[in-house]
Design a protein around this ligand. Structure first.
Ligand SMILES: NC(=O)c1ccc[n+]([C@@H]2O[C@H](COP(=O)([O-])OP(=O)(O)OC[C@H]3O[C@@H](n4cnc5c(N)ncnc54)[C@H](OP(=O)(O)O)[C@@H]3O)[C@@H](O)[C@H]2O)c1
Length: 303
């Protein structure tokens, strides 16, 4: 597994995403999720991505079970969790779903995550989606309290625009470590909206969620037509033959080639896929093929 330096940590370049590990929360799906986590650990993933809302908290609890069974594992893994998306009807019936970065809410969500994960600290805590009503100075104070209490080591954001990152960073005395955004063949906004440029400039690690969206399953907010899909599939099939790999491994190689050092989050619960994702590192993916795939995606050459 390729590694990279993330503050004082050595993190696997592929991050294991825990959003789907409890499936429908049946004992069968939970056992499958636990097996997926063990496979990920066995093959060198040491960075695990959570959120308070994944599986209604059950995904963190399942990981907590693993830590109860093997407490020494805690020192070997980087645990990221996120909060800030408040589901509807909470705390009061009729309350809308919203984003909430208020002090008490964030503190209580982190504490609940720690309890479920059966750990005393998060290595990384991310704001899940920007709260349009956030006050940067207040969030900075909340972060500092979480740090001083030892409950969180480092901070980052998710789905933040470059200006939102700049705003929050301007109020913080320490550096945001990551911005976790959707990056896949369908959603390449980060290539041109300044997100990846800012990451390179400020030393922020870009983490790609749903890296296979638009290829192995429909992208969020899919705007691909069947013609688009056909063109991409044809190009991928050709390149897969050339590189002797599977089409989805090329999609990962396509992301890995970007100079911002994108870290894809692998969310599969299928052991073979968790293992096979690593092949993306061994592909000597050419500049020209990168653009061929972009051209297939866009349906036209670059201007
Ligand atoms: N920050 C955010 O707002 C945000 C939003 C969404 C997700 N995330 C994070 O990103 C992680 C990854 O997202 P994701 O779970 O959508 O990841 P993904 O790895 O792009 O997709 C996983 C899904 O695709 C299927 N899949 C994977 N490889 C496949 C293949 N070769 N052929 C067919 N199906 C395949 C998986 O099924 P199997 O399990 O059956 O293999 C699973 O249903 C999540 O776990 C979460 O940690 C963050």
């Amino acid at each position: 597994m390729k590694k990279f330096t993330l503050s004082e940590y050595t993190s696997s370049r592929l991050i294991y995403g825990c959003m789907r590990i409890v499936g429908d929360n049946s004992s069968y799906d939970r056992a499958k999720g636990k097996a997926a986590l063990k496979t990920a650990l066995d093959v060198g993933y040491n960075h695990f991505d959570h959120a308070d809302i994944y599986g209604g908290g059950e995904c963190e609890s399942l990981f907590g079970e693993l830590l109860t069974e093997s407490p020494s594992l805690r020192d070997d893994v980087i645990l990221t969790s996120k909060a800030g998306i408040r589901v509807g009807d909470l705390p009061n019936l009729g309350d809308p779903k919203c984003y909430d970065f208020s002090h008490n809410y964030l503190i209580s969500q982190v504490e609940a995550s720690l309890k479920r994960l059966n750990t005393d600290y998060l290595d990384l805590f991310l704001l899940h989606r920007p709260d349009y009503l956030f006050n940067a100075a207040d969030v900075a104070e909340t972060f500092m309290q979480l740090k001083a209490s030892g409950k969180v080591k480092h901070f980052g954001v998710s789905n933040f625009s470059p200006s939102q990152v700049a705003l929050l960073q301007s109020a913080l005395s320490e550096s945001l470590l990551v911005n976790q955004v959707e990056i896949n063949i369908h959603n390449i906004n980060s290539f041109s909206d300044g997100t990846l440029d800012q990451c390179q400039q400020l030393g922020i690690t870009p983490i790609a969620w749903c890296p296979l969206g638009g290829v192995v399953y429909p992208a969020w907010g899919n705007t691909f037509s069947s013609d688009d899909e056909q063109r991409i599939e044809t190009e991928l099939a050709q390149q897969a033959q050339q590189y002797d790999c599977l089409p989805w491994q090329l999609i990962l190689a396509w992301l890995l080639k970007h100079p911002a050092n994108i870290c894809p989050i692998i969310g599969s619960t299928t052991p073979e896929r968790i293992v096979a994702a690593k092949k993306a590192f061994s592909l000597d993916y050419s500049h020209e093929d990168w653009y061929r795939l972009l051209e297939a995606r866009n349906g036209q050459p670059v201007p």
